[in-house]
Design a protein around this ligand. Structure first.
Ligand code: TXA
Ligand code: MG
Length: 352
């Protein structure tokens, strides 16, 4: 299959540039598109066949539900049973990097929801994504546009690398601003269950709903045989080829932590110059190696989120034997970052 590639010109109106991909979606084809979190692989959410094509293109197990993307927060009621808490969340955080799980309506096929009676709805903040959905005239089911098991794509070239020739169209709208997938919450009576942390942090959610609980599995490995609330969280995710080890402070207020981390990295590089290192800008002057990457200044957790998946993909293009990555506090967006890094490392943390 030939994949059309469309690069968005931000100085021109979007409608004309998006008319072809919008038609592809309406006719049951697949389009990869930018969002503020990561790139999505979209298909018509009302069409069971389109959902089937998404699972096939990604090589994804079909019990893993797809998020349904809408052009306006108020469209959720067409596909799901909304309630007051949804309205409050929508007012506070939508359009934006938040997915809300609600009871689904009949028109959403079970193949989209992986057999569940609930559906995750999300109105993306990215204006290109919203205009595409509006023009398509249908809700858009979209998982991240990566081959199953690879890090989510945060730039169009990541999507090309994974899906060129397997889908109808790729829209290049530049780098995804956030870089980590949306926060997912499930509404459970008057409480919110956080299924996946993201840029909408627990602290932010608590401004709308006092009762926010973290699902097991965000910070701990689930016991053998338990099913997570978000089926996708059970799969080994975001995994680069090389084994990943996280480096974390035993005592979060340790003033000597940076010194110790640099020492640890230097030791690894002297044992094996092909070691992959993911560190902060401040460490770079002290480290010499082919595969020493930084994901921003130490205090810049937005940069860490923005760059993490790109760095993991860059490691995949090397023969790095193992990857050692420094991580900070699991607070704010740092919680989402730590959650993704735990998964990439299969929960392997070295405390120093
Ligand atoms: O930021 C995002 O959410 C991106 C962009 C493209 O919007 N999409 C994304 O989709 O990350 P995906 O398919 O890679 O991850 C969706 C996650 C999975 O872990 C899935 O199990 C969970 O959402 N999910 C979807 N519908 C659900 C539901 N009804 N109940 C529980 N979890 C659900
Ligand atoms: Mg994904």
């Amino acid at each position: 299959m030939k994949t059309e590639f469309i690069k968005i010109d931000f100085t021109k109106p979007f409608a004309e540039q998006l008319s072809f991909p919008a038609r592809v979606l309406a006719e049951g084809g697949l389009v990869a598109f930018p969002t503020e979190t990561v790139y999505g692989l979209g298909g018509n959410a009302l069409d069971a066949d389109a959902a089937g094509k998404i699972y096939a293109a990604k090589g994804r197990p079909s019990d893993n539900p797809l998020i349904v993307h809408i052009a306006r927060p108020s469209d959720a009621g067409k596909y799901a049973q909304v309630n007051d808490l949804y309205e409050k969340l929508a007012k506070a955080f939508m359009p934006g990097p938040l997915t809300v799980v609600l009871p689904k309506k009949e028109n959403i096929p079970l193949s989209v929801t992986g057999g569940l009676q609930t559906v995750g709805v999300r109105c993306p903040g990215d204006p290109v994504a919203r205009e595409l959905i509006r023009l398509a005239g249908v809700p858009v089911a979209a998982p991240s546009a990566n081959v199953s098991g690879r890090p989510s794509p945060t730039a169009a070239h990541h999507v090309v690398c994974d899906l060129d020739g397997r889908i109808d169209c790729i829209i290049d709208g530049g780098e995804a601003e956030v870089g980590l997938e949306s926060t997912i919450v499930k509404i459970d009576g008057d409480r919110l269950i956080l299924l996946r942390p993201g840029a909408i942090t627990p602290e932010m959610l608590r401004t709308v709903c006092e009762n926010v609980v973290l699902d097991n599995g965000i910070l701990d490995r689930l016991p053998e045989g338990t099913a997570p609330e978000a089926p996708g969280m059970k799969y080994r995710h975001y995994a680069p080829r090389a084994r990943v080890y996280l480096l974390r402070a035993e005592n979060e207020n340790d003033e000597k932590f940076d010194e110790k981390a640099i020492g640890f990295f230097r030791e690894k590089l002297s044992e094996d110059p092909n070691s992959g290192i993911l560190c902060y800008d401040e460490y770079l002057p002290f480290l010499r190696g082919e595969y020493v990457y930084s994901y921003g200044q130490k205090q810049d957790d937005k940069a860490h989120s923005h760059l993490l998946f790109d760095c993991l993909r860059r490691f995949d293009e090397t023969d790095a034997s193992a990857i050692y990555a420094v991580v900070g506090k699991a607070e704010g967006i740092g919680l989402a970052l730590y959650n993704r890094m735990l998964k990439a490392s299969a929960y392997t943390v070295i405390y120093i």
